[in-house]
Design a protein around this ligand. Sequence first.
Ligand SMILES: Cc1cc2nc3c(=O)[nH]c(=O)nc-3n(C[C@H](O)[C@H](O)[C@H](O)COP(=O)(O)OP(=O)(O)OC[C@H]3O[C@@H](n4cnc5c(N)ncnc54)[C@H](O)[C@@H]3O)c2cc1C
Length: 419
Amino acid sequence: MASVVIVGGGIAGLVVARDLVLGGMTVTLLEASDHLGGKVARHTVAGIELDAGAESFATRRGTVAELARQLGLESAIVPPSPDGAWLQTVAGSAFPLPKTGILGIPGTPMASDVIEVIGFWAALRAQLDELMLGFVGAKEKSLGRLVRRRMGDAVLERLVAPVTLGIHSKHPDDLDVDVVAPGLRTALLRTGSLSHAVRQLREAAPAGSAVAGISGGMFELVEALRRDLDRFGVTVRLSTPVTSVDSSGATVADGERFDADHVVLATSLGRSEQASIVLATLVVDAPELDSAPRGTGVLVAAGTPGIRAKALTHATAKWRWLADNVGASRHVLRLSYNQAPVDGLRELAIEDARQLLGVPLNAASIIGFDRVEWAAPAAAPDVVSGVTAVGEGVSGTGLAAVVRHARNEAERLLKDIDG
Ligand SMILES: Cc1cc2nc3c(=O)[nH]c(=O)nc-3n(C[C@H](O)[C@H](O)[C@H](O)COP(=O)(O)OP(=O)(O)OC[C@H]3O[C@@H](n4cnc5c(N)ncnc54)[C@H](O)[C@@H]3O)c2cc1C
């Protein structure tokens, strides 16, 4: 049996480990921390088990749902509330996110919900997209440059940037359009305009929500993967930080060496200079929130005066199962920050939540708080000859992209070995 050592026990490493052991390989997985899952993690706040990282997955292509099905979690897949998220604008008002868009790119630039956010003249500028030839901007690999050329700055900065910063923690200028919106450039060439392309991709998407969750929490996915790795005999070594890899194995911080026929790198080694993302979770008793005043949450336009959070998720409004778990008038709010302060985050989060939700939260209504810090999305790892790289650094962020890429790479490796 061919052997493989996998470095990194986030979702990418776990998925590859499972596929390779089922493909007949002898698998050893090395994880630096004392637990598996990486950014799919759990924490307990006010006695409630919550996701401390990813809390949903894109349903596009059915990749994560297929994995969940194989792990026996199919019946746990749940849609979010259809209410949708809101946008907090720099000018101070909040509006529901326009309904017909993809990543905030409007399918109908002159729709009233778009005009409400960016104003009439900016919407008119975006509408010019329909008068341009289809090839204008179609070669742009950057989402930001593509949107700017076709629809102008206002759409980019006031609609698209808040969405991508909230979802991918990156400005659209730093995102590869083919990774975050596969098929968009082809649809642009086919239909002749970006707004038509957006509408066509939306129509082609399977019915139902663009994202889904797992009842109980996304961390259930990690638990199920861990159970399978145990069952199929994968050797898992926790608290084992790898310092270097080559095509025949991995070397750990204490000098121990793990030799194997194949090596999979499921993390970016030595890239700790990344900026961080801080998640502030509040559990509050607030009947004012029962009506979900901002739908499933709020994406914040960069530079909004007086607000430091980049996004707020009203988790109990978004997920029915969670609302049922926590009980009446108790709410879970998740606020994400770039580089939030270590001291005073609780007070900052309460103040941001109060402003973003437009309700009078005070310290007495807060029954739980936690701070979790994550490294921002990893850069692509250095290419090491003979080593397979998976994970968000190569696939792009988001469970759908990470899982799909990891499974494709596992399949390719198994085919190579067979060949
Ligand atoms: C706050 C937050 C919320 C998110 N929400 C969503 C969401 O709702 N939906 C969604 O689809 N995506 C979401 N994401 C993104 C998603 O969680 C990630 O893209 C995905 O989990 C990345 O998985 P990964 O396996 O590539 O990397 P990671 O999860 O980062 O795993 C890498 C693993 O490698 C380990 N490791 C690192 N260095 C070493 C070393 N030297 N030796 C051994 N092991 C090492 C780490 O400890 C870690 O366990 C969110 C991310 C964050 C931070």
